[in-house]
Design a protein around this ligand. Structure first.
Ligand code: ADP
Ligand code: ZN
Length: 212
């Protein structure tokens, strides 16, 4: 299954993509995680991306398209994949089409803006890619990753002011993709729930319809 996961920043894409990845045994490719890893490694690409990320803007299309091309080749995508956070603009979606990659479904997790702001303030992440929320999805031990035992941290771009800009960017540049994919009959919308498990149940239900 070749899947695109869409949603506002903090809608729970990363959390749900981990669940889907486990169930369907397909890799998740998260452009945000890749960009942060590049930053941590101190690469040119990472440095270039950082300014955009901290301003709540999109990293230029050419940069992320280049990343996706590379990762699609490196990861074993034969049984499918989940794209988490890509495409995020119409030009990125067109580039994906130009790569000749067939998409089976585009899952959009819907969460109202007020809830996003609330969620971001409690988000804690790990460099392994795991993501938590102090109230809605807490780790077993506070501030420690369940998966790898490393210390959790707050993302720099989760600052309230940056979150506002990220939401603006989402509505202006990413949300038009809903119509783009809806016209192709690929869009499935799922309402994000308070509990992670409840959203996962809705996501799995929606995906079982795709398989059939
Ligand atoms: P979220 O979905 O919570 O905003 P991500 O980790 O997916 O978090 O993305 C963090 C930031 O990385 C984005 O705000 C943006 O600056 C950059 N980024 C990630 N994916 C893309 C993309 N496909 N195109 C442009 N910028 C991207
Ligand atoms: Zn971890």
């Amino acid at each position: 299954m070749n899947l695109i996961l869409m949603g506002a920043p903090g809608a729970g894409k990363g959390t749900q993509s981990a669940k889907i990845s486990e169930k369907y045994q397909i890799p998740a490719i998260a452009t945000g995680d890749i960009l942060r890893a590049e930053r941590k490694a101190g690469t040119e690409l990472g440095k270039e991306a950082q300014a955009y990320i901290e301003a709540g803007k999109l990293v230029p299309d050419a940069v992320v398209i280049g990343i996706i091309k590379k990762y699609m080749v490196e990861n074993n995508c034969e049984n499918g994949f989940i794209l988490d956070g890509f495409p995020r603009s119409i030009p990125q979606a067109e580039a994906l089409e130009a790569m000749g990659i067939k998409i089976d479904a585009v899952l959009s997790i819907e969460v109202p803006d007020q809830k996003i702001v609330d969620r971001m303030s409690g988000r804690r992440v790990c460099s392994c890619g795991a993501s938590y929320h102090v109230v809605y999805n807490p780790p077993v031990k506070a501030d420690v990753c369940d998966k790898c035992g490393e210390a959790l941290y707050i993302r720099a771009d989760d600052a309230a002011e940056t979150v506002k800009n990220r939401l603006k960017t989402f509505h202006n540049e990413t949300e038009p993709l809903k119509e783009f994919y809806s016209k192709k009959g690929l869009l499935i919308s799922v309402e994000g729930q308070e509990e992670v498990a409840d959203t996962t149940a809705l996501v799995f239900k929606a995906l079982s319809a795709v398989e059939a």
